[in-house]
Design a protein around this ligand. Structure first.
Ligand code: ADP
Ligand code: MG
Length: 227
């Protein structure tokens, strides 16, 4: 147990947050305001020392629910290097489903589906799943390419909730636009509940709700217009 007294900084402090199925919530706030800590709590990577986190009614502190929680809430992180676990890109995109025992053909189908769902994603298809990138070493890719692989991985899992923690931070403006288009379409058409942590106001402007965090607390909450 952590010792919490007046000298202890709480990364998340008395935060009350409910997200509805299918909602698109943008979370903004200065560096150190607790956004990443919040997202890791939602994915059961970190656990609250006080209070509860419920993902589809499953409490993250129930150990036997961990697997189900992580299959329900997927994450795409700020730093894609942390998620490139395989050396070969194709293996990397397939890594999660292989571990879940999904057939290779089904994996390929899902990867291609995820990549092809949006007609504006030709670059995404080229870079992530199909041609010249396949067989390349993951470490040789650009930050933007790695981030797209991380996104593709989140998509092939078919998870109902995805938390994006500054997932567009390393992309150039056109890559960012492309990825945002996919994120938004998945939210609208596939009803994927989306928590989008971002520094870019133009990415928060289309959200159903915007939350502004400061020092672990919710500073503001409302529609993009209100905020
Ligand atoms: P944000 O994502 O909004 O930049 P973080 O959730 O990363 O904020 O950080 C919230 C607070 O928790 C900051 O004060 C940060 O310094 C602190 N913090 C984050 N990770 C750790 C850690 N592993 N150990 C100690 N303090 C941490
Ligand atoms: Mg962060």
């Amino acid at each position: 147990e952590y010792i919490t007294d007046e000298n202890t900084l709480k990364a998340i402090d008395n935060l009350d947050l409910q997200v509805k199925e299918g909602e698109f919530v943008a979370i903004i706030g200065h560096n150190g305001s607790g956004k990443s800590t919040l997202s890791k709590n939602l994915n059961a990577i970190l656990f609250p020392t006080e209070g509860n986190i419920l993902i589809n009614k499953m409490d993250t502190r129930e150990e036997d629910k961990l697997w189900d929680i992580r299959q329900t809430a997927g994450m795409v992180f700020q730093n894609p290097d942390n998620q490139i676990v395989a050396t070969v890109v194709e293996e990397d995109v397939a890594f999660g489903p292989e571990n879940l025992g999904i057939e290779p053909n089904e994996i390929r189908k899902r990867v291609i589906e995820a990549a092809c769902k949006d007609s504006g994603l030709e670059d995404f298809i080229k870079e992530v799943s199909l041609d010249h990138v396949v067989g390349q070493n993951g470490a040789m890719l650009s930050g933007g390419q790695k981030q797209k692989i991380a996104l593709a991985r989140a998509l092939v899992h078919d998870k109902p909730i995805i938390i994006f923690d500054e997932a567009t931070a390393m992309l150039d403006p056109s890559g960012r636009k492309e990825v945002m288009k996919t994120i938004k379409r998945l939210n609208k058409e596939e009803n994927i509940t989306t928590l989008h942590i971002t520094h870019f106001m133009e990415e928060a402007v289309d959200a159903d709700r915007v939350i502004v965090m400061e020092k672990g607390k919710k500073l503001l909450e409302g529609t993009p217009k209100e905020v």
